[in-house]
Write a protein that binds this ligand. Structure first.
Ligand code: MSP
Length: 530
C-alpha cells in the first residue's frame, strides 16, 4: 500500500470564534494537502477543535450556558468557516467525543501503570480570580502580586505529574540526530535551547472542584486531565491509534499507513507544547524515533506590528473578508503575502492591492483577453502547431517555460513556501501577457501570411493558462475550476478536484481543433475609493 500523506493543524480553542490567524494556518495546511492530492497521493488531512479547559468553562459560565452547549455553537463557527474557505479536511477532531476520550484515558492508564505518572503535593500562592498557582515571575517590581490577580492565598493542592524530565536526554539526542525535526531551522534551535532548560515534571491534572470540564483521569475520578494529554492526543486518536496496543508495530495498519504526520502549528505552541510535551509523550508510549512527526512552524499575522487580540479589539473576522472579497481572494492574500515561518502584517488594503494587481489585472486579464481573441479570430477553435516544443520560445525574446515553472513550483511546494509557488504561477502569467503585447495578435489577424504565427500565439496562451490553472489549484481551487471550465478542459469531470493533476502540467496536452469556451470575468476588479 502506498504511504498516505498525513497532515494535521493545531486544533483551535473554542472559547471564542475564529479569526484570520486561525484561517491562515488551516489554509496553509489545505494548500499543502491539495498539492499532495495534485501529485496523485493519498492524503489524510486532520483538523478540528479543542473543546475542554478552564477558558471554555469560564466563557460558558459568563454566557450563562452549559459548556457543552457553548462549545457546540463555537465549533459550528469553525466548521462553517472551513467550508466557506474551501478547507477540505478528511477527518474532524472534536475533543469532547467518546472516541477521543477513550484514547486519552487508555494512554494515561498505560503510563500510570508503567510508573510514568505519580501523585504529588504542590503548595504556593494561588490566584482565585485567575484560578492558577503563581510563581515569582508573576510578582511585580515591588515583590507583590499585582491587582490583576485579585485575591491571592496560600494553598496546598494534590495533583498528578508526568515524568517529563526523565526523557530530557532522549529528546536532546533525537534533536541532535534529526536536523529537520522542526522547520524552519531557527525554530529547531529555539526548541533545542528550551529542552536544555527542562527541570521539572509536567502537572497533568486539576481537581474536579476547580475544573470540571475535562476528561476524567481513569485512575482517579476526583481529577480531570489538564490539558496537553487531552489536546495533543487528537493527532493520533482521530487517525485510528489503539491505546491498548503498546508497541508501534502492533498498531492497526490503517494507523501505521498514515503516521508520522506533518504537523502545522503556530510559533506560540512549539515550546513547550509540541516540541517538548508531545514528542516526549509519543516517545513514552513507545513511538520509535523514526516515527516522530515533523513540525512545520508558521509565524503570526499581526496588526500594525501588534498582536491581534480580543481585548485590544483588533481581531480580523475572516467571514467578513470572504463575504466581501471571495474565499479565493482571502486564500490568495494569506498564502502569497506571508513567507512561511515569518510574521507578517495583516492589512485589508494590501489584500485588495494584491488581488487587483495579481488576480484581476494579470491572471484574470490574461484569461479574458486570450479567450476573447480565440473567439474573435478563430471562432473558439485552437490549431495545435505542427511541432509542439516543450519550451516554446518565440521571436520576441520572451520565453514561456512551463517546464521550468513546474520545476520551481515543485521546489516551492516541497519546501512548504506557497508564497513562492504563487510567484511562479504569477511570473508565467506575466510572461504570457507580455507575449500578447509583443505579438499583437490583432495585427497578425489582419495579415493572411501570419496565419500560422497567430495560431501559435493563441495556442501558447491557451496551453499556458491550462498549466497555470493546475499550478494555482491548491491555493485558488475555485479560480482553477473556472479557468478549466472556460478552456473547456475535461468538462466531463467538472466539479471534481480529480480533474487536476500535476502530471497534466506538461506542454502540448490541448489537442488540435480543441474548442474553448466563452470568456467570463474570473476576478472582477475591486473598486476602491482612491
Ligand atoms: N488549542 C491550542 C492548540 C492545541 S494543538 C493540540 C491553541 N489554540 S488557538 O486557537 O489558540 O490557536 C490555534 C492555532 O492558531 C495555533 O497554531 C496558533 O499559533 C494559530 N494562531 C493564533 N493566532 C494567530 C495569528 N495571529 N496568526 C497566525 N496564526 C495564529 O493554541
Amino acid at each position: 500500500m502506498p504511504k498516505t500523506f498525513f497532515i494535521t493543524t493545531a486544533i483551535d480553542y473554542t472559547n471564542s470564534p475564529p479569526h484570520v490567524g486561525h484561517a491562515y494556518e488551516k489554509v496553509l495546511a489545505d494548500v499543502i494537502a491539495r498539492y499532495h492530492r495534485l501529485k496523485g497521493e493519498n492524503v489524510f488531512f486532520l483538523t478540528g477543535v479543542d473543546q475542554h479547559g478552564q477558558k471554555v468553562q469560564q466563557s460558558a459560565a459568563k454566557a450563562g450556558i452549559p459548556p457543552a452547549e457553548f462549545v457546540k455553537d463555537i465549533t459550528q463557527r469553525f466548521v462553517d468557516l472551513w467550508k466557506k474557505l474551501d478547507v477540505q479536511y478528511d477527518e474532524w477532531a472534536e475533543t469532547i467525543s467518546e472516541r477521543h476520550k477513550k484514547v486519552v484515558q487508555g494512554i494515561l492508564q498505560r503510563l500510570f501503570d508503567a510508573g510514568q505518572i505519580y501523585k504529588d503535593k504542590q503548595s504556593g500562592y494561588y490566584s482565585v480570580r485567575q484560578e492558577q498557582f503563581l510563581t515569582d515571575k508573576e510578582r511585580g517590581p515591588d515583590g507583590e502580586f499585582g491587582p490583576e490577580w485579585g485575591q491571592v492565598e496560600f494553598r496546598e493542592e494534590e495533583n498528578y505529574y508526568f515524568k517529563l524530565s526523565q526523557h530530557k536526554e532522549w529528546l536532546l539526542q533525537y534533536l541532535n540526530k534529526r536536523t529537520d525535526a522542526v522547520i524552519p531551522d531557527f525554530r529547531q534551535t529555539e526548541l533545542r535551547n528550551a529542552v536544555e532548560r527542562i527541570s521539572a515534571d509536567l502537572c497533568i491534572s486539576r481537581p474536579k472542584s476547580r475544573l470540571a470540564w475535562g476528561i476524567e483521569l481513569p485512575f482517579d475520578k476526583d481529577f480531570v486531565n489538564y490539558v496537553w494529554f487531552d489536546a495533543l492526543t487528537n493527532y493520533i486518536s482521530f487517525a485510528g491509534y489503539d491505546p491498548s496496543l503498546s508497541t508501534f508495530n502492533s498498531q492497526p495498519s490503517t494507523f501505521r499507513d498514515k503516521w508520522p504526520a506533518l504537523q502545522v502549528i503556530g510559533k506560540d505552541i512549539l515550546v513547550p507544547a509540541h516540541g517538548i510535551y508531545w514528542l516526549i509523550m509519543l516517545h513514552a508510549i513507545g513511538f520509535p524515533d523514526d516515527q516522530m512527526p515533523q513540525l512545520l512552524v508558521h509565524g503570526w499575522w499581526n496588526i500594525g506590528g501588534a498582536k491581534m487580540s480580543k481585548s485590544v479589539g483588533n481581531i480580523v473576522d475572516p467571514f467578513v473578508l470572504a463575504d466581501k472579497y471571495s474565499s479565493d481572494a482571502l486564500r490568495y492574500y494569506l498564502m502569497s503575502d506571508m513567507a512561511t515561518g515569518r510574521d507578517a502584517d495583516f492589512s485589508e488594503d494590501r489584500l485588495v492591492e494584491r488581488y487587483n494587481a495579481d488576480l484581476a489585472n494579470t491572471l484574470g486579464n490574461l484569461l479574458n483577453r486570450s479567450l476573447t481573441m480565440i473567439e474573435k479570430y478563430r471562432i473558439r477553435k485552437l490549431t495545435r502547431p505542427q511541432s509542439v516544443k516543450s519550451n516554446p520560445v518565440d521571436e520576441y525574446g520572451l520565453r514561456v517555460s512551463p517546464t521550468l515553472a513546474k520545476i520551481e513550483y515543485i521546489s516551492a511546494m516541497t519546501g512548504y513556501v506557497p508564497h513562492l509557488a504563487c510567484q511562479v504561477a504569477l511570473n508565467l502569467t506575466l510572461q504570457c501577457n507580455k507575449i500578447v503585447d509583443a505579438a499583437k495578435p490583432w495585427a497578425l489577424a489582419k495579415d493572411s501570411a501570419e496565419r500560422e504565427h497567430l495560431d501559435q500565439v493563441l495556442y501558447t496562451l491557451a496551453e499556458s493558462l491550462r498549466i497555470i490553472a493546475i499550478l494555482i489549484s491548491p491555493v485558488l481551487p475555485k479560480a482553477a475550476h473556472g479557468i478549466f471550465d472556460q478552456l473547456n478542459w475535461k468538462m466531463e469531470l467538472s466539479g471534481k478536484d480529480e480533474r487536476f493533476s500535476l502530471a497534466d502540467a506538461e506542454w502540448g496536452r490541448l489537442p488540435d481543433g480543441h474548442i474553448v469556451g466563452k470568456p467570463v470575468p474570473l476576478f472582477p476588479r475591486i473598486e476602491t475609493t482612491e
